[in-house]
Design a protein around this ligand. Structure first.
Ligand code: SF4
Ligand code: SF4
Length: 417
């Protein structure tokens, strides 16, 4: 038995996780269930099974949504085991498919990634996402899929450097951007910075930060993930300053840095959820003289539907703060999007690599949007957001998808404290 997969022994094969597994729900095959995947991992670890197409397909098909982990009575650490299994698969099959060429560089926080993001932004501004498909190395089905997932609205560059509040400073916070955030979430990150500045915090956005490493870890490349973690440790430095992260996917990875590198615990302990942090200032934001006020006309009630990403529900369990914050906003009716207990199919790189499964899982959620007819979808993960935006476009539904921070800053008046 490969010692890295030893914890598969904790599975008692009870099957309680099966009804909670989205991929098993679609295919009804044991190999696409958590229990079946654990058996395959045990076969691989003992050498009884080889990493053939069938075994690889079942293990690669896992969304790492960790629904199974959240309900398992035996405490099977499924997410960690799946990462280990994928690393083992990659050792046995180094030829495994990668992300499409166009998606790889833009999902990095490095210079090439920033260049690609700039190129994509230019394409967006010119309204030419289709023309990007003619760039060298950007062709084929996988790249067409990646291009279809690009947001159609131009995205401003993510903020960098140090930002100081107008009045007295309450303290300093640092902002984590992430690779996808760098490419597609400039507006939302600027909104987060503005909310923190309005409260009176000095906001540092370290320039040298990069991807959290989740995409590499889930693709069976722990060494690459470790390098990214070490880079982020250096970028955020050694201090007690809170590191605010908007995206639940990145935040999950940052909080689990200790499992990647021992020194990672120090940074993991500083990572905070933006909405939990803001709710510590609830009175200042929403009290009688609060900083957030409805824009005129004040009488209109807006209705938003909240999509809860898997990492937020199953791992971080921080959805309460986001929902509580939205429910404090005057003139806002907050409903949960139907089917929130199931993954939307974005699942990191899954929406690129497994388009059929990703779209099959998204489909009932798009129907829920049609039924619930919200004015916006609110979510806390950029991958889910891009996947939803593409699905809504295909369905001909014009519903914006935003983070709570972006929604607040775009629809309400935020004054400085
Ligand atoms: S992973 Fe947990 S819930 Fe699923 S079969 Fe094993 S012990 Fe049961
Ligand atoms: S992580 Fe999600 S998709 Fe993977 S086995 Fe568990 S429940 Fe199924």
């Amino acid at each position: 038995m490969n010692h890295r997969l030893k914890d598969t022994d904790r599975c008692v094969m009870c099957g309680l996780c099966l009804p909670h597994c989205p991929t098993y729900g679609l295919s009804r095959q044991e190999g696409d269930s958590p229990r079946g995947r654990i058996s395959l991992m045990q076969g691989l670890a003992s050498g009884r099974l080889q990493a053939d197409d069938k075994v690889t397909g079942h293990l690669d098909g896992c969304l790492e949504c960790r629904s199974c982990e959240s309900v398992c009575p035996s405490g099977v650490p499924f997410g960690r085991l799946m990462d280990e299994a994928r690393a083992l698969l990659r050792e046995q099959r180094p030829d495994r498919p990668e992300l499409p060429g166009i998606a790889r560089p833009m999902l990095r926080g490095d210079a090439t990634g920033r260049f690609m993001a700039g190129l994509l932004h230019t394409g967006q501004r010119l309204g030419l996402p289709g023309a990007l498909g003619h760039l060298p190395g950007v062709s084929g089905k996988a790249s067409a899929r990646a291009l279809a997932l690009l947001p159609r609205q131009a995205t401003p560059t993510a903020p960098r450097g140090t930002h100081t509040p107008a009045g007295e400073s309450l303290g300093t916070v640092q902002l984590f951007i992430g690779c996808t955030g760098n490419a597609f979430e400039g507006r939302s990150l600027a909104a987060a910075r503005d909310l923190l500045l309005a409260l009176g915090y000095r906001v540092e956005v370290p320039r040298a930060q990069g991807c959290c490493g989740a995409l590499d870890l889930h693709a069976g490349k722990p060494e690459a993930a470790r390098r990214l973690a070490a880079g982020n440790l250096a970028a955020f430095g050694a201090s007690d300053v809170p590191v605010i992260s908007l995206n639940s996917g990145c935040r999950t990875q940052l909080r689990e840095y200790e499992a990647l590198i021992p020194e990672g615990a120090a940074l993991a302990g500083r990572v905070r959820d933006l909405y939990g942090f803001l709710m510590e200032h609830e009175e200042r934001l929403f009290g009688e003289q609060g900083l957030i006020r409805p824009m005129p006309p004040e009488s209109r009630t807006m209705r938003v539907a909240v999509h809860l990403p898997c990492t937020l529900r199953n791992v971080l369990r921080e959805q309460g703060a986001m929902l509580a914050l939205l429910r404090r906003v005057p003139g806002l009716e907050v409903v949960e999007l139907e089917g929130n207990e199931r993954c939307c199919g974005a699942a990191g790189a899954h929406m690129f690599t497994h388009p059929e499964t990703a779209d099959a899982l998204l489909s009932p959620k798009i129907e829920a949007v049609r039924r619930q007819a919200p004015e916006a979808i609110i979510t806390a993960n950029i991958g889910c957001s891009l996947h939803f935006q593409a699905g809504l476009r295909r369905a001909g539904l014009e519903v914006p998808v935003m983070t709570p921070a972006e929604w607040l800053v775009s629809q309400w008046q935020v004054s400085s404290g």
